[in-house]
Design a protein around this ligand. Sequence first.
Ligand SMILES: CC(=O)N[C@H]1[C@@H](OP(=O)(O)OP(=O)(O)OC[C@H]2O[C@@H](n3ccc(=O)[nH]c3=O)[C@H](O)[C@@H]2O)O[C@H](CO)[C@@H](O)[C@@H]1O
Ligand SMILES: C=C(OP(=O)(O)O)C(=O)O
Length: 426
Amino acid sequence: MDKLVIEGGKPLSGTIVIQGAKNAALPILAASMLVEGKVTIDHVPKLLDIDVMLNILRELGCRAEHEDETVTLDTSSLHSSHIPEALMRQMRSSIFLMGPLLARFGEVTIYQPGGCAIGERKIDLHLSGLRALGAQVDEEDSRIVCYAKRLKGAEIHLDFPSVGATENIMMAAVLAEGLTTISNAAREPEIQDLQHFLNSMGAKIFGAGTDTITIEGVEKLTPCRYQVIPDRIVTGTVMVAAAATRGQVTLLNTCPSHLTSLIHVLRRTGVQITVDDDIIKVGTAARPKAVDRIVTSPYPAFPTDLQSQIMVLLALADGVSVMKETIFEGRFKHVDELSRMGADIRVDLNSAFIRGVSRLYGATVEATDLRAGAALVIAGLAAQGKTVVEQVHHIDRGYDRIETMLGRLGARITRYSPVPNNQIVP
Ligand SMILES: CC(=O)N[C@H]1[C@@H](OP(=O)(O)OP(=O)(O)OC[C@H]2O[C@@H](n3ccc(=O)[nH]c3=O)[C@H](O)[C@@H]2O)O[C@H](CO)[C@@H](O)[C@@H]1O
Ligand SMILES: C=C(OP(=O)(O)O)C(=O)O
C-alpha cells in the first residue's frame, strides 16, 4: 500500500485549480445508464472511485474511456444489469446503479455495497423508495434483486434526507409513468447537479436544492455533454490546510455558495477569507481561535465530510472546541491518530472535545477512511518534523493525487509505492 511522507512546518502559498466533484460525478456516471448512446462528461477527476465505477460500467457492457478529465461513455452495448458482488463491494457508490439499471432493464441484481468504515450505512431508504415506485424487491443474504416492468410515479417521504436515496429515487423515477414527489429530500449541491444533468438529457425534474423534488416521468432520454461542478469537499480541505499551516492560498474553480457553513466557521477561528465569483482566497498568520460548538448535519449545515479536516485546525486553536458528529457514528477514527501527533482530544459518544495545543509533531499514522486520511495530511503539513501517512488508497478515493495538488502550493509530500520485490520507491 502507498504511503505519503510529509515534511511539515511550511505555510502553504500559491494558487490552485479545484478538481471536479467526486460526489457529483459518481451519480452522474450511473445516471448515464438511463440513456442509449454516447454521453460525454467533463471535469471528472482521476480517482480510485471513478475507476471502480467505470470498471463496473465496462463489466455491464458499456464502453468507457477517461482521458484527461473527460469521460466518454457509449451505453448502446450495455447488456447486463447484474453487478458482480466483488465490484459492488469496492465502493459505496455502486448503489447508484440500482435505480438507473432497474428503470432501463426492468430488473437489476446488486449486492450490499462496500465503502469507508465510517458507520453502518444502511440502504433501506433506497429500497423503500423503489418499492414505492412499484418495484418488487427480493433480498436474500447480501443479494438484492429488483423487478418492475415499468415503474410508476409515487409520493415518497424520506424519514431522513439521505443523499444517496434521494439520488437513486430521482434516477429511477425519470423513466417512470406519471409524477413522483420526494419530500424531505436531501438538498446537497450534488443533487442539483444530478437534476441539471438529467434535465440536459430531457428529464423533467424540479426542486433539487429544496426539500421537495418532483419528477415528471418521460418515455426516453437523449444523450448529452455535461460538466460536473467543482468539488466542495476538496475546496474545503485545501482551505483548512491553508489555515492550519498559516498560509495564503487562492483557489480557482470553486462554488463559494456551497461552502457557506465552512466559511462561517473559519471566519470564527480568525482566518481571513475573501470570495469573488468562483475564486476563494484564504489567509492567516495567527494562531486560530477555538469554536465552541460545530454540529455536522445535512446540507446546508456543516458537512460531515469536512469534520475531520476542521478538527485539525481546532486541535491547534487557542481554547477548547466541541465537535458533534450526527451523520456517521464511526467518523472519529482520526482522533487516535491525531493524538499520536500531540493533539489533545477526548471523545464522548458522538462529541469530540478538542483542547487546542500550540504544536503538533510528526508521527507515523494510518488513514482509516477518505476524509480521516485528508485530515492526517493537513496535520502532517502543519506539524513539526516528518509525518508518514499509511493506507493512502483511502485518500485516493476522493483526491486526485493529493501530494501533487498540495505540492503546487509548496507542500513537501512524497509518495512511496511498494514494488513487487518489496522495495519501496517514490
Ligand atoms: C457519494 C456520495 O455522495 N457520498 C456522500 C453521501 O453519502 P450517502 O449517500 O451514503 O449518505 P446518506 O445521506 O445516504 O447517509 C446519511 C445517513 O443516513 C443513513 N441512511 C442512509 C440511507 C439509507 O437508506 N438508510 C440510512 O439509514 C446513513 O447510515 C447515514 O447515517 O452523503 C454523505 C452525507 O452527506 C456524505 O458523507 C458522502 O460523502
Ligand atoms: C464518505 C464519503 O464518500 P462515500 O459515500 O463514497 O463513501 C466521502 O466522500 O467523504
